[in-house]
Design a protein around this ligand. Sequence first.
Ligand SMILES: NC(=O)c1ccc[n+]([C@@H]2O[C@H](COP(=O)([O-])OP(=O)(O)OC[C@H]3O[C@@H](n4cnc5c(N)ncnc54)[C@H](OP(=O)(O)O)[C@@H]3O)[C@@H](O)[C@H]2O)c1
Length: 415
Amino acid sequence: MTDASILLHRGTAVVAARLRAGCGGAGTGLRPLPRHARYPARGAQRRVPLDRQVRKESTMSTDASTQPRTPVTPRSGEEGGPVGREIRLVARPTGEPGPENFELVRSAVPALRPNQILVRNTWMSVDPYMRGRMDDRKSYIRPFRLGAALEGGAVGEVVSSQVDGIPVGASVSHFLGWREYAVLDGADATVVDTTIAPVEAYLGVLGMPGLTAYVALTDTAPVRPGDVVFVSSAAGAVGTVAGQLARKLGAATVIGSAGGPEKARRLVDDFGFDAAIDYRAGSVASQLAAVAPGGIDVYLDNVGGDHLVAALGALHVGGRVALVGAISTYNATAPVPGPANLSLAVSKRLTLRGMLVTDHLKRFPEYIALATGWLADGTLRSETTVVEGIEQAPAAFLGMLRGANTGKMLVRLGD
Ligand SMILES: NC(=O)c1ccc[n+]([C@@H]2O[C@H](COP(=O)([O-])OP(=O)(O)OC[C@H]3O[C@@H](n4cnc5c(N)ncnc54)[C@H](OP(=O)(O)O)[C@@H]3O)[C@@H](O)[C@H]2O)c1
């Protein structure tokens, strides 16, 4: 199925009016819910062409029109156990991944053991770090296993529970995405409060991307009042939150970089950036110099490569860089050289600090309390790009790597 369109929704996250001021509870500080709450309405739908689909020789048809999108309960397998669909990694990519790296299969859902829950996943996340996990190399997180279902952030509804405190009907977040049904230990799930935000928000603005932006700009490269702040991949999940947070933290000028004129326009018109660069339109360094002639104080680097080179050139003495990601290098097939102008870090006495959000999970309650307030008062805008159905999850992932998303790229698996 080439040149097909997949259905995308774009919408601003709506927060329930019954927002509560804070969030208590263990781990992430999110409060258990007695029952599953329905999501608020989303915005307009649109079709966006993506040229990559899961491969046809997978064990199930990838034509969504011929598939029940999400069974209400797991269907029975040959031996009577429940069956769900999942996406497996079947080949490691060299360079840019493609549909041939994935396979959609039906798989028996394991029986529940004590202290486990069965979750019907309703949303799953596709994230840039997953590209690294497709390679078989040592990193901060283990590689995906060949022939096994991929993993990643997901949210869903508990449909069976052997865990005190996680009732059937609760909404939970966890890390067994890329499948319709997940069996996991209760300790590996977090009950989320869907009365303060739609459940999918916990994969985006109230999840890892939001916390990443918050930690990067309050701890890794703290923004000070009056700063000029530059954010790359600014129209994405981390970037859209980061630009708005920079302003809240007192930045005088916030500049974003994104691919294409429409994204650049939206950074200014919809996400409150003062200026935007379309990095595909020409040199990042010269465009940054044009919009920040006096230089910059803080750079949140999601991209690496020419963006980091440009930022090093533009930073003031004493400038700060949060090294959050380097997506321009993730498909590289040979070692990527560092920025040719790195020695500027010496002469300008710059601070370049790497960060991993997983080191900062304790700050979730603090961040969520703030972010839910900002969402409720309309001063934090959150956007998602939604792809429908597990069979489209690889296309969503590949599309995200190429910039098909504005805000957080999500896959909706069911209601
Ligand atoms: N350190 C951490 O703990 C942590 C946590 C979360 C995310 N991250 C990192 O943060 C970055 C953003 O993650 P995200 O989840 O928010 O993803 P995202 O920005 O929502 O999506 C990825 C975006 O990368 C951009 N992109 C792809 N290739 C590019 C290139 N060659 N040059 C410039 N931009 C390119 C695309 O946007 P355009 O259309 O603008 O090209 C695409 O939409 C990634 O590097 C990710 O690895 C790090």
